[in-house]
Design a protein around this ligand. Structure first.
Ligand SMILES: [Zn+2]
Length: 623
C-alpha cells in the first residue's frame, strides 16, 4: 500500500514537469528551390514558460574557433503564436530575437542562404544540402535540456536520404537529438550519396561504421577507399585499446568530394565531415590523412576534452590553451596511424615530421608566444577573416603544427628514457581512462574534462617522474623551447639535416615579380638578415651586391653565388625612396628528416627495433 501511494505521488510530480519543461523542440527543413541556394526552416516551440523567449543564431561552431555570426545569412523571419497571430520581437543584436507576448507556443519560420561545402557552414544546391547545424538552426536559451526532432523534406523531384549522427526517429527522414548540445554537434548530408558500411569487433560489441560519400567517382574507387578507411579505424583503436562508446553504436563518415567543395575536416562525437575539391582517384592519401585525423578526434577532443570547451558556448568565441594537445597531438597521430596501418612509406612519414620540426624551429612566432599562447590565439586565426593585414607570419605558429612537434618530441623522449616501455600511446590511454571513458550525464556532454594541470599530472603518472613532467611542460608547452630532435630521431635511424648545406640565406621571404620588378610580398621574418638590413613587405629590390636586379630569379641567383658569413649591399625602393642596407648572410637554417637507409647506410639492429616499436602496427604489441 505504501509503495502504491509513493508511485502515485511520483507520477503526479513527474507529469506536470514533463508537460511544462520537456515538450520537444521540433524543426522542419524544406528545400523549395535548392538551385537558388536557400532553404526554409520551421521551428515549433510548445509549453514555453512565461516571459520573453530568447531566440538566437550561433556565433561560433565547435572545432572552428573564430566568431562567425551565422545570422548573416538568415532572412524573412516570421514569428507567430499558437493561433497564427504575429508576435512582437525585440532585436538588440543581429543574432538575437527576443519574442514577447506569447502564450506558450511559438512558430518560427525563416529562410537561410548557404553556399559553402565544408565542416563549418551550410551549402544548398540542386545536388544536396550539406549542413553544419550551428550555421543553420535558431535555438532558444533555457531550453537546452529539451529533446529535439528534426524532419527533412526532400526537394521537389528528389529522393534524397540523410546521413547524420542524429538518432533515428519516426520515419527515415525524421531524427531526434536528446538535447541542444547533441543537436548542434550533429552535421547532416541530405543527398543521393553512396553508402558503405562495415563493423569491427570491439570487446562484447561491434560498432557499425558508415561511409556516406557524395562524389563523382566510381563504386570501385569507393570500395578500395572503404577498405583503407577500415584499416585506419582498426589501427586507431589500438592506441586506446577500445572504441569510444558511440551513441547508437554507430560512427558516420560524411564525405563530400566535389569540385565545388572547400577542403576541410570537422570532428563530431559520432561522425565527421570530410570535404575536398579533390577526388579519391586524384588524392587518395590526402583524403585518408584527413580521415585518420578526424577519426582520432572521436577520442581526443570529442571525449578527452579541454574544460575550456565544455560545454561549448555558441554565443562567444571559445578559448582554450590546450589546442596544442586537442589538435596538435591529433595532427601527430593522423600520419602515425597511416604509417602503422601500412598506408604510407617511412619516407612519407619522415618528410611530414621534417616539415613539422622545420616550421617550429625556424618560425619567428616562437620568439613571442608559447604553444599554450598559440592555442589561445585560435579564435583570431581559425576561420577568421581579416580586412586589415596581420603580422601572423612573424607572430603565429599553428597549434596544429607546434602541437604535432610536441607530440613527436614527447613520444620519442618517453620511448628513449624507458627503452620503449613507455610511449605516447600510454599517455593517450591514461587521458582516455581518466577523462574520456567516464563519459557524460547525457549524449553531447563530457563530465570530466581536463585542465592543463590534469595533463601534466597524467604525464607525471605515466612517466613515473613528476620532475620530468614539470620540466617538459615548463620548457616546451608553457615555455618556448624545442626538444633536441636530432638526438631523439637518431635512435630510430633518422637523420635531421640541413636542406641546403653551405647555402647562404637572407631569410624566408616571398619575392614576386610585380609590374616587372621583384617585390617582397610576405612579412620579413624577425631576426633574419633581410630584417636586419631594413627590408620590409612591399619593398622592391633594385640591386644585390652591386648588380642591378629586375626579377625575383635575379635576386635568388645573386644570393646563390654567396657563402654564409658574406656581407653584401642591397638596394631597395619603398614608397618613392631608395635605400641601401647590408645583408649579413647566414647558413640556411631549414632542416629535413631522412631515414638513414636513404643515405646508403643501414639502420642498426637497435635502431630497427626502436623504429619498429614506434612505426609498426601496434596489433602485436602488448600493453
Ligand atoms: Zn582536428
Amino acid at each position: 500500500m505504501a509503495r502504491g501511494i509513493l508511485r502515485i505521488a511520483l507520477v503526479l510530480l513527474w507529469v506536470p514537469a514533463l508537460a511544462l519543461g520537456q515538450a520537444p523542440v521540433s524543426y522542419r527543413l524544406s528545400f523549395p528551390e535548392p538551385e537558388h541556394r536557400w532553404m526554409q526552416v520551421h521551428i515549433r516551440f510548445d509549453d514555453l514558460p512565461p516571459g520573453p523567449l530568447e531566440l538566437r543564431m550561433s556565433r561560433s561552431s565547435p572545432g572552428r574557433y573564430a566568431i562567425h555570426d551565422f545570422a548573416k545569412n538568415v532572412y524573412d523571419v516570421r514569428l507567430v503564436d499558437g493561433h497564427g497571430a504575429a508576435l512582437s520581437v525585440i532585436r538588440s543584436n543581429p543574432h538575437e530575437w527576443n519574442v514577447i507576448g506569447h502564450t506558450g507556443s511559438i512558430d518560427v519560420t525563416y529562410r537561410i542562404f548557404g553556399d559553402r561545402v565544408d565542416g563549418t557552414y551550410l551549402a544548398i544546391d540542386s545536388t544536396h544540402a550539406h549542413i553544419n547545424m550551428p550555421a543553420l538552426l535558431m535555438w532558444a536559451r533555457g531550453l537546452e535540456a529539451r529533446p529535439v526532432t528534426v524532419r527533412f523534406e526532400p526537394a521537389p523531384g528528389t529522393s534524397w536520404r540523410v546521413a547524420t549522427q542524429l538518432f533515428p526517429g519516426a520515419d527515415s527522414l525524421t531524427f531526434t537529438a536528446p538535447n541542444f548540445q547533441y543537436l548542434m554537434d550533429s552535421p547532416a548530408e541530405f543527398s543521393g550519396f553512396t553508402l558503405r558500411t562495415f563493423t569491427v569487433p570491439d570487446g562484447p560489441g561491434a560498432p557499425v561504421f558508415r561511409l556516406a560519400v557524395h562524389h563523382a567517382g566510381t563504386d570501385a574507387e569507393l570500395e578500395a577507399f572503404t577498405a583503407d578507411v577500415e584499416r585506419i579505424v582498426r589501427e586507431a583503436r589500438r592506441v586506446f585499446g577500445e572504441y569510444p562508446p558511440f551513441e547508437g553504436n554507430t560512427y558516420t563518415f560524411i564525405a563530400d568530394y566535389l569540385p565545388w567543395a572547400a577542403g576541410d575536416g570537422m570532428e563530431h562525437r559520432n561522425s565527421t565531415v570530410l570535404t575536398s575539391a579533390s577526388s579519391i582517384r586524384s588524392n587518395r592519401l590526402g583524403l585518408l590523412d584527413t580521415v585518420s585525423h578526424e577519426f582520432f578526434h572521436a577520442w581526443n577532443a570529442e571525449r578527452i576534452r579541454p574544460r575550456a570547451l565544455e560545454p561549448f558556448n555558441f554565443d562567444e568565441a571559445n578559448v582554450s590553451g590546450e589546442l596544442w594537445l586537442a589538435e596538435g597531438f591529433t595532427s601527430y597521430y593522423g600520419p602515425l596511424i597511416l604509417q602503422r596501418a601500412g598506408l604510407t612509406q617511412v619516407s612519407d612519414f619522415a618528410a611530414e615530421m621534417g616539415d613539422v620540426i622545420n616550421t617550429v624551429r625556424t618560425s619567428p612566432g616562437r620568439q613571442v608566444r608559447s604553444a599554450e599562447d598559440m592555442s589561445r590565439f585560435a579564435s583570431l586565426v581559425d576561420g577568421a577573416e581579416h580586412v586589415d593585414r596581420t603580422n601572423f607570419d612573424n607572430t603565429y605558429i599553428s597549434y596544429y603544427t607546434w602541437g604535432a612537434a610536441i607530440a613527436l618530441g614527447l613520444d620519442l623522449t618517453l620511448r628513449g628514457r624507458s627503452n620503449g616501455q613507455v610511449t605516447l600511446d600510454h599517455y593517450m590511454r591514461a587521458l582516455w581512462e581518466k577523462h574520456g571513458r567516464p563519459g557524460g550525464r547525457a549524449p553531447g556532454y563530457v563530465d570530466n574534462p581536463y585542465t592543463m594541470a590534469d595533463l601534466e599530472a597524467a604525464l607525471a603518472s605515466v612517466s613515473g617522474d613528476a620532475a620530468f613532467a614539470d620540466d617538459f611542460f615548463a620548457r616546451y608547452i608553457q615555455g618556448r623551447e624545442v626538444v633536441d630532435y636530432e638526438r631523439l630521431l637518431a635512435r630510430a635511424g633518422f637523420v635531421l639535416r640541413p636542406v641546403s648545406p653551405g647555402q647562404a640565406f637572407a631569410g624566408q621571404l616571398q619575392l614576386q615579380d610585380v609590374q616587372g620588378r621583384p617585390r617582397v610580398t610576405s612579412a620579413v621574418p624577425f631576426g633574419s638578415p633581410a630584417y636586419a638590413a631594413g627590408i620590409e613587405r612591399d619593398d622592391v629590390i633594385v640591386a644585390v651586391a652591386g648588380r642591378p636586379v629586375s626579377a625575383a630569379g635575379d635576386v635568388e641567383a645573386a644570393l646563390g653565388e654567396r657563402k654564409p658569413g658574406d656581407a653584401i649591399p642591397i638596394v631597395f625602393e619603398r614608397r618613392g625612396q631608395r635605400t641601401t642596407g647590408t645583408l649579413q648572410l647566414v647558413a640556411d637554417p631549414r632542416v629535413e628528416v631522412v631515414p638513414v637507409e636513404q643515405l646508403v647506410r643501414q639502420p642498426t639492429a637497435e635502431q630497427r627495433r626502436f623504429r619498429g616499436g614506434w612505426l609498426s602496427s601496434t596489433s602485436r604489441n602488448s600493453f
